[in-house]
Design a protein around this ligand. Sequence first.
Ligand SMILES: NCc1cccc(NC(=O)c2cccc3[nH]c(C(N)=O)cc23)c1
Length: 218
Amino acid sequence: MASLQLDGQHICGGFLIAKQWVLSAAHCTEETDGKTFQVLLGAHSLTEPEPHKRLYRVRAQIPHPGSNIHNNKDDLLLLQLEEEAELNAHVQVLPLQREDRDVAPDTVCEVAGWGTINHSGRRPDKLYQLERPVLSRDVCNHRTRHDHTITEKMMCTDSRRKDTCKGDSGGPLVCNGVAEAVVTAGSRVCGNYKKPAIYTRIAPYTAWIDGVMAAGDG
Ligand SMILES: NCc1cccc(NC(=O)c2cccc3[nH]c(C(N)=O)cc23)c1
């Protein structure tokens, strides 16, 4: 799990997909007015000293060319670290789902982050993890939910009670040990069952991801 930070403040989640590459969400760069993130790896607490915590500088930030501020399409961001991350028990690469097939509805997946944890907007110091069931695209696209805005490159999880929120964007949705999708803010609403959590599925973007990593590695 990665924390994307500006001036020591957690902004978004992300995760290591190769030794020198982190995947996150393009919307995370919206309020950074051009500043480059630093990436914290190996952390559980954001503030306490921990043996495997290490802050990395970012050489390049590459948002998906289709990402934009008006919708949730192609909401992916690749970050190339200044150097390869030092891997250990607390810092590992997460395998990506490369087969472009929907995760079965009701599959219980997990999502983690340092995003706000309740309606007070309290921000946690320690990483939170949540299990959430996958919601079918048909239900998620219902008129009373996200009203046909969920494309085949997106997926949803139930947002009744437990949900992702501000600061969780960019983190991975992991199903059976494989990163299936990336948290996107979507309608920005948290914990409202009528607005399920939206994610950008990874499998449709593996060609883009591989292309950027190949070009970036020179
Ligand atoms: N449950 C789905 C889900 C997943 C991830 C994030 C979010 N919600 C936000 O991100 C959010 C919420 C409230 C005010 C906000 N202001 C801003 C902003 N960028 O100014 C974002 C937000 C929601």
